[in-house]
Design a protein around this ligand. Structure first.
Ligand code: ADP
Ligand code: MG
Length: 141
């Protein structure tokens, strides 16, 4: 399986619960490296652009309010099979359906406040990485 890059975001609920370290530990222990990150407090308009694919969904406005409710930590993860591996570590969108031991099973509050974002395909990973980071921000190691 090829080395890939994917975008993760530690969402406002998880930042507020002080579990940034626990989440990054899970990535690193499973062979993913953080090659870019920073903390950021995005606006609802920025959240709306990031989640534009969901613009027609009934939860869109609440999602934008939630994602701009506090600081988030976007990061680029690099490693073998990074896109799907990150999705596995995250668990299902609804924490009630997330496998035990996943980030969302352990830290998500609800289907909305669900601790982390992860790109769902290699194609979207490239688009989402470019939303937050430029080439010079990425540091493979
Ligand atoms: P995922 O983050 O697992 O890829 P989606 O792309 O379907 O999930 O949805 C994006 C985000 O929108 C979710 O992570 C969650 O924060 C929110 N969301 C998804 N479905 C719902 C819902 N039914 N009600 C409220 N918020 C939702
Ligand atoms: Mg998604």
């Amino acid at each position: 399986m090829a080395v890939q890059r994917t975008l993760s975001i530690i969402k406002p609920d998880a930042v507020g619960k002080n579990v940034i370290g626990d989440i990054i530990r899970r990535f690193e222990e499973n062979g993913l490296s953080v090659i870019a990150t920073r903390m950021e407090h995005i606006s609802a308009a920025q959240a709306g652009r990031f989640y534009a694919v969901h613009a027609e969904r009934p939860f869109y406005k609440d999602l934008c309010t939630y994602m701009s409710s506090g600081p988030v930590m976007p990061m680029v993860l690099e490693g073998k099979n990074a896109v799907n591996l990150n999705r596995e570590l995250m668990g299902a969108t609804n924490p009630k359906e997330a496998e035990p031991g996943t980030i969302r099973a352990d830290h998500a509050e609800s289907i909305e406040s669900n601790a982390v974002h992860g790109s769902d395909s290699l194609e979207n990973a490239a688009i989402e990485i470019a939303f937050f980071f430029g080439d010079l921000d990425l540091h493979s190691h």
